[in-house]
Write a new protein. Sequence first.
Length: 280
Amino acid sequence: MNRILLMAGLICANLMFGQSKKSLEKRPFIPVEITKTDGSTENILLRDIYFPKAESFMGIVAQSKNKSVFENEQLFEYKTSEASEIKKIGYHDIQKIKVVDKYDDEVIGYEKLSIKKVSKDNDVKDKNYTAILPILYDGKIDIYGYEYTVCGNGMGCMYAGTIMYIKNDKSDFAVMPVDVDEVSLFNLGSLDEKLINAFKYAGGDCPEFVKYLDNLYIKLQDRDFRKKMKQDIKDNYQKAIDESKSLDKKDRFNYVTRKRSEYDIKMFVKIINEYEKNCP
């Protein structure tokens, strides 16, 4: 079954300036099913799967050093039960993480993937690192990624976007449609082409999907089409703000952030739906 796997406060990587190590140590142990690189599985209570290190937030947003989001030497703390002692497991020992609730239902999953990018010349190339990424959509083409916010001292917080990776369900690699390392004011015009080429890499085995992508690229160059896209984004943002007014003040920002992220993800899902509809 195709699913958008979203939960408030669960996949949101709120990357805050000045977050202390002490605050990270207070994060709870969460029930998960872990799949190790040797294929074995174990149910444990795992901590810090969202914040490996406070100082690594730039490595998550701007992955310019060819390092994993979770560096290879990163150790994750876990327990086998609430009363047991704290143990540690290394990044290199983990392949998948399935977060579960008290009814043993899957809430969200993480998977370690090799990452590729669409380069400046629009070829798909290796990024030369792996990353453990949240699964945002489970289908014939999967979406992985995370939303992030940036908070400044005394300046409040701002939703900065949702970084997404896509992967054909039969592939071993995930592709970044937008490589944040290479985004600048000088190449914004090439983002449409990179987006289309990333989806062609993930779904290029289907001629009908490639035809759809070519037509979508033409639409993206149309001024009226882009104007409508921008207005839809603006309307969605305003709707989220209006809906959040019924919530406590402390919950409003997270609600608006989640709704904006859901909207961004659904734009990708709409493209993927064309692949699922037309391709075996």
